[in-house]
Design a protein around this ligand. Structure first.
Ligand SMILES: [Zn+2]
Length: 173
Protein backbone atom coordinates (compact mmCIF):
# COMPACT_ATOMS: atom_id res chain seq x y z
CA UNK A 1 0.00 0.00 0.00
CA UNK A 2 1.22 3.47 -0.85
CA UNK A 3 1.83 5.93 1.88
CA UNK A 4 -1.36 7.95 2.36
CA UNK A 5 0.47 11.19 3.01
CA UNK A 6 2.53 10.81 -0.14
CA UNK A 7 -0.61 10.09 -2.17
CA UNK A 8 -2.29 13.22 -0.93
CA UNK A 9 0.49 15.38 -2.28
CA UNK A 10 1.23 13.39 -5.42
CA UNK A 11 0.03 14.29 -8.87
CA UNK A 12 -0.36 12.80 -12.31
CA UNK A 13 0.56 14.71 -15.44
CA UNK A 14 -1.15 14.27 -18.77
CA UNK A 15 -0.74 15.83 -22.16
CA UNK A 16 -2.37 16.08 -25.56
CA UNK A 17 -1.01 14.45 -28.67
CA UNK A 18 1.16 17.41 -29.75
CA UNK A 19 2.24 18.34 -26.22
CA UNK A 20 1.03 21.95 -26.39
CA UNK A 21 -1.41 21.31 -23.54
CA UNK A 22 -0.42 19.70 -20.28
CA UNK A 23 -2.67 19.09 -17.32
CA UNK A 24 -2.11 17.86 -13.80
CA UNK A 25 -4.42 16.28 -11.25
CA UNK A 26 -3.92 15.37 -7.66
CA UNK A 27 -3.93 11.63 -7.10
CA UNK A 28 -5.75 9.59 -6.30
CA UNK A 29 -8.36 10.92 -8.73
CA UNK A 30 -11.91 11.18 -7.38
CA UNK A 31 -13.18 8.38 -9.61
CA UNK A 32 -12.81 6.86 -13.05
CA UNK A 33 -15.28 5.46 -15.54
CA UNK A 34 -15.95 4.34 -19.10
CA UNK A 35 -18.37 6.53 -21.05
CA UNK A 36 -20.21 4.80 -23.90
CA UNK A 37 -22.57 7.66 -24.74
CA UNK A 38 -23.00 8.96 -28.27
CA UNK A 39 -21.67 12.49 -27.62
CA UNK A 40 -18.50 11.16 -26.03
CA UNK A 41 -18.06 8.55 -28.75
CA UNK A 42 -18.14 11.26 -31.41
CA UNK A 43 -16.05 13.78 -29.48
CA UNK A 44 -13.29 11.18 -29.19
CA UNK A 45 -13.81 9.47 -32.51
CA UNK A 46 -13.62 6.22 -30.58
CA UNK A 47 -15.83 3.36 -29.43
CA UNK A 48 -15.92 4.85 -25.94
CA UNK A 49 -13.79 7.01 -23.71
CA UNK A 50 -12.41 6.42 -20.26
CA UNK A 51 -12.27 9.40 -17.90
CA UNK A 52 -10.77 10.20 -14.58
CA UNK A 53 -12.73 12.72 -12.56
CA UNK A 54 -10.75 15.23 -10.51
CA UNK A 55 -11.93 17.73 -7.97
CA UNK A 56 -11.65 21.08 -9.73
CA UNK A 57 -9.46 22.30 -6.87
CA UNK A 58 -6.96 19.51 -7.65
CA UNK A 59 -6.92 20.08 -11.42
CA UNK A 60 -4.47 22.41 -13.14
CA UNK A 61 -3.57 23.29 -16.70
CA UNK A 62 0.20 23.45 -16.40
CA UNK A 63 0.91 24.32 -20.03
CA UNK A 64 -1.01 25.71 -22.99
CA UNK A 65 -4.07 27.18 -21.28
CA UNK A 66 -4.64 29.50 -24.28
CA UNK A 67 -4.39 26.53 -26.66
CA UNK A 68 -7.55 24.97 -25.26
CA UNK A 69 -10.67 25.63 -27.31
CA UNK A 70 -14.07 24.75 -25.92
CA UNK A 71 -17.31 23.36 -27.22
CA UNK A 72 -20.42 23.88 -25.13
CA UNK A 73 -23.13 21.33 -25.85
CA UNK A 74 -26.41 22.97 -24.86
CA UNK A 75 -28.34 19.75 -25.36
CA UNK A 76 -26.38 17.93 -22.65
CA UNK A 77 -25.17 20.87 -20.55
CA UNK A 78 -21.59 19.84 -21.01
CA UNK A 79 -18.43 21.63 -22.07
CA UNK A 80 -15.54 19.86 -23.74
CA UNK A 81 -12.08 21.33 -24.09
CA UNK A 82 -9.80 20.35 -26.94
CA UNK A 83 -6.24 21.20 -27.90
CA UNK A 84 -6.69 23.71 -30.72
CA UNK A 85 -3.54 22.45 -32.42
CA UNK A 86 -3.99 18.67 -32.45
CA UNK A 87 -7.66 18.16 -31.52
CA UNK A 88 -7.07 15.96 -28.49
CA UNK A 89 -9.94 16.12 -25.98
CA UNK A 90 -8.48 17.36 -22.70
CA UNK A 91 -11.39 18.31 -20.44
CA UNK A 92 -15.01 17.31 -20.02
CA UNK A 93 -17.15 19.35 -17.66
CA UNK A 94 -20.77 18.66 -16.77
CA UNK A 95 -23.17 21.30 -15.47
CA UNK A 96 -24.65 18.98 -12.86
CA UNK A 97 -21.28 18.39 -11.19
CA UNK A 98 -19.48 21.74 -11.47
CA UNK A 99 -16.96 20.83 -8.80
CA UNK A 100 -15.45 18.15 -11.04
CA UNK A 101 -13.19 18.32 -14.08
CA UNK A 102 -13.00 15.10 -16.05
CA UNK A 103 -9.92 14.26 -18.06
CA UNK A 104 -9.50 11.45 -20.60
CA UNK A 105 -7.57 8.67 -18.88
CA UNK A 106 -5.48 8.17 -22.00
CA UNK A 107 -3.74 11.52 -21.56
CA UNK A 108 -1.89 10.14 -18.54
CA UNK A 109 0.93 7.71 -19.04
CA UNK A 110 1.28 7.07 -15.32
CA UNK A 111 -1.12 5.96 -12.67
CA UNK A 112 -4.07 8.08 -11.53
CA UNK A 113 -4.92 6.21 -8.38
CA UNK A 114 -8.32 5.03 -9.60
CA UNK A 115 -9.37 2.02 -11.62
CA UNK A 116 -12.22 2.67 -14.08
CA UNK A 117 -14.83 0.35 -12.61
CA UNK A 118 -17.91 2.27 -13.63
CA UNK A 119 -19.75 2.52 -16.95
CA UNK A 120 -22.03 5.27 -18.19
CA UNK A 121 -24.52 4.57 -21.01
CA UNK A 122 -23.55 0.89 -21.28
CA UNK A 123 -26.75 0.34 -23.28
CA UNK A 124 -25.07 2.33 -26.06
CA UNK A 125 -22.07 0.03 -26.24
CA UNK A 126 -21.34 -0.45 -29.93
CA UNK A 127 -21.30 -3.95 -31.41
CA UNK A 128 -17.94 -3.15 -33.07
CA UNK A 129 -16.24 -2.44 -29.76
CA UNK A 130 -13.39 -4.81 -29.03
CA UNK A 131 -14.32 -6.81 -25.94
CA UNK A 132 -11.26 -8.99 -25.56
CA UNK A 133 -12.14 -11.72 -28.04
CA UNK A 134 -9.29 -14.15 -28.79
CA UNK A 135 -6.97 -12.88 -31.54
CA UNK A 136 -4.59 -14.71 -33.84
CA UNK A 137 -1.84 -13.45 -36.18
CA UNK A 138 -2.98 -12.51 -39.69
CA UNK A 139 -0.86 -14.49 -42.11
CA UNK A 140 1.32 -12.27 -44.28
CA UNK A 141 0.75 -9.11 -42.23
CA UNK A 142 3.32 -8.85 -39.44
CA UNK A 143 1.96 -6.98 -36.46
CA UNK A 144 -1.68 -7.49 -37.46
CA UNK A 145 -3.90 -9.82 -35.48
CA UNK A 146 -7.52 -10.57 -36.07
CA UNK A 147 -10.57 -12.17 -34.63
CA UNK A 148 -11.15 -15.39 -36.52
CA UNK A 149 -14.83 -15.96 -37.31
CA UNK A 150 -16.26 -18.41 -34.81
CA UNK A 151 -18.47 -21.40 -35.59
CA UNK A 152 -20.98 -20.19 -33.07
CA UNK A 153 -22.17 -16.69 -32.37
CA UNK A 154 -19.24 -15.15 -30.62
CA UNK A 155 -20.72 -12.08 -29.07
CA UNK A 156 -22.74 -11.93 -25.92
CA UNK A 157 -26.09 -10.25 -26.16
CA UNK A 158 -25.75 -6.73 -24.89
CA UNK A 159 -28.54 -4.57 -23.61
CA UNK A 160 -29.90 -2.41 -26.37
CA UNK A 161 -29.13 -4.89 -29.11
CA UNK A 162 -31.41 -7.47 -30.59
CA UNK A 163 -30.81 -10.88 -29.04
CA UNK A 164 -29.27 -13.47 -31.28
CA UNK A 165 -28.67 -11.10 -34.14
CA UNK A 166 -25.26 -11.95 -35.62
CA UNK A 167 -23.01 -9.49 -37.40
CA UNK A 168 -23.15 -9.74 -41.24
CA UNK A 169 -19.74 -11.40 -41.36
CA UNK A 170 -20.50 -13.77 -38.51
CA UNK A 171 -21.42 -16.92 -40.37
CA UNK A 172 -22.22 -20.30 -38.97
CA UNK A 173 -20.64 -23.15 -40.86
ZN1 LIG B 1 -2.19 19.29 -28.78
Amino acid sequence: MANATAENTASATGQCLCGAVQVEIGIPARWAWHDHSGPTRRAHGAAYATYVGSWRSRFRVTKGRTKITRFHDKATGTTRGFCALCGTPVTYERAHSPQMVNVPRALFSGRTGREPRYHIAIAELQDWTYLGEPLVPLKGYPGVVWERPAKKKRRQVIRGQRPGYPAPDDHDE
